[in-house]
Design a protein around this ligand. Structure first.
Ligand SMILES: Cc1cc2nc3c(=O)[nH]c(=O)nc-3n(C[C@H](O)[C@H](O)[C@H](O)COP(=O)(O)OP(=O)(O)OC[C@H]3O[C@@H](n4cnc5c(N)ncnc54)[C@H](O)[C@@H]3O)c2cc1C
Length: 459
């Protein structure tokens, strides 16, 4: 017999985008909801992110005259991710993305803008929606305000330590730690929104050893508990070796040199002044290539690209202000800024510019060159690659129900965001399409909260 100290309709583990959205949607269906958060404040991956959520068929797209459809978005995601274990989630996430972003905007009063001047990695149509400053903390703060408005309690420093199941394996509540105390909370439905396992070195070694030694730029709370709890209940894992890395974290600033610079014409060289891959691969797939150069690389671009990107992206503007984009009048001066081989860099720029002008094929197969050919004054940013978040987790159905190995749902248990199987390929970093992380957090949170709330309303 459990000694329950509290009772709620829907218990949500984790106060990131997924958890807060799940809570809001469940409460909208009439359920009583509590959100338990491990950390002492909002500090999950969503707060660190750029807050960009891809969505097809939104009001903002229509107002900007952009034609988009779920089918086009599905085709984009499938092309980059290749075959994987959760194609049903790709379809569901794309199909419901527009509805969810409109709901965030209207019901949750999240201020959003659509990037119309960038398509972003993997997308053939502008569909990345973000907050005015491009910082995910704004998304969390807006969701927190909506939760407060709707009477949803968010309890900090109260991590869930284990799930409690009945004799049939259905989840009926959870054990929570609060300082040295432990208590049990009974719930009709439990939603796991605890993100992935990027901060858990042992799990990284088990599931994606090739990135286990990379610098981790994600949140400390992503320790993979949901995967452990799911395993104990016989849950199936999906796409467990997939992750998002980023090839372009400015060194030593730690700010992102957004991939928009590459999209607009930047290329990357190693210390020898040589390129080592096709930048059109995108920031996640390119991450492994930077790692292979000893995790040191240099983005080479020019002042036009710097000024263009700085005009649209606050985070990059901060990097420029911090001196993270150094300008030089000549190739020799540019090379000298970081001790790059000047002669090799000159040859590299000439070959790259010739490809950008269409005079010869690019040596790495790059086909889109943005504003290139590059011209003086040139700009250089030193970067390294790192792990941002993992993309594998508990296999869920299209309503967010956690599935067992045999395909049946575990009673009353839902998962979303980084805790659930991602849609970024089966393994590795190359299948990540821009925004796949928050897409899964927002849309799976929404459908899990909706399903949990509706099932409770029916009983
Ligand atoms: C620098 C950076 C930039 C990024 N930019 C983007 C972007 O622009 N677009 C995009 O799509 N993705 C982006 N991502 C990825 C994105 O941040 C994540 O995919 C997304 O935020 C995951 O949301 P979530 O709600 O699942 O997890 P989180 O936001 O991490 O929330 C999970 C919460 O659960 C809590 N928790 C963990 N364990 C427990 C427990 N046992 N009990 C209770 N609570 C617990 C955590 O402390 C955390 O607060 C970025 C990531 C990084 C690092």
């Amino acid at each position: 017999m459990n000694n329950w100290q509290a009772e709620v309709d829907v218990l949500v583990a984790g106060a990131g985008a997924c958890g807060l959205i799940a809570a809001l949607r469940a409460a909208e269906q009439g359920a009583s909801v509590a959100v338990l958060e491990k950390l002492d404040r909002f500090a999950g991956n969503t707060t660190l992110s750029c807050g960009s959520i891809p969505a097809a068929g939104t009001r903002l797209q229509r107002e900007a005259g952009i034609q988009d459809s779920a089918n086009t978005m599905i085709a984009d995601m499938e092309r980059v991710a290749g075959e994987h274990e959760a194609p049903h989630l790709t379809r569901m996430l794309a199909t419901r993305s527009g509805e969810v972003v409109d709901w965030l905007n209207q019901y949750c009063e999240v201020q959003m803008k659509l990037y119309t001047n960038y398509k972003h990695v993997g997308h053939t149509i502008p569909r990345l929606h973000t907050q005015p400053t491009g910082r995910g903390i704004e998304l969390v703060e807006a969701l927190a305000r909506a939760a407060q408005r709707d009477g949803i309690e968010v309890v900090f420093s109260n991590p869930i330590s284990r799930l409690i199941a009945d004799e049939h394996g259905a989840v009926i509540g959870a054990e929570v730690s609060s300082g040295k105390q432990r208590y049990s909370i009974r719930a009709k439905k439990t939603i796991l929104a605890t993100n992935g396992y990027g901060a858990n070195a042992a799990m990284l070694r088990e599931f994606c050893p090739e990135i286990a030694d990379a610098q981790y730029f994600g949140a400390t709370g992503s320790e993979g508990e949901a995967i452990e709890w799911g395993r104990q209940l016989g849950a199936k894992l999906g796409n467990i070796g997939a992750y998002q890395s980023h090839a372009s974290v400015a060194y030593p600033h730690g700010e992102l040199l957004t991939w928009s610079a590459a999209e607009k014409g930047a290329f990357y060289v190693n210390r020898s002044g040589r390129r080592f891959g096709n930048e059109n691969l995108g920031y996640s797939g390119f991450g492994a290539l930077v790692m292979a150069q000893g995790n040191v690389a240099y983005a080479i671009y020019d002042s036009r690209i710097r000024d263009y990107v700085a005009h649209y992206q606050d985070t990059y503007r901060v990097l420029v202000e911090q001196g993270g984009a150094k300008e030089a009048a000549t190739v020799e001066e540019l090379a000298a800024l970081h001790g790059i081989d000047a002669e090799a860099l000159r040859e590299t720029i000439e070959r790259y510019n010739a490809a950008a002008r269409g005079e010869q094929a690019d040596e790495f197969g790059r086909s889109a060159f943005g504003m290139a050919p590059l011209q003086a004054p040139f700009v250089v940013t030193r970067v390294n690659a790192g792990l941002f978040h993992t993309q594998g987790g508990l296999m869920v159905d299209a309503q967010g129900r956690v599935l067992r190995e045999d395909g049946h749902a575990i009673g009353n248990l839902f998962a979303g965001g980084g805790a659930a199987a991602g849609v970024s390929g089966r393994a590795g970093g190359a299948g990540y399409v821009s925004g796949n992380g928050l897409l899964a957090a927002a849309v799976l949170g929404y459908v899990a909260g909706e399903t949990a709330g509706r099932e409770i309303a029916r009983t």
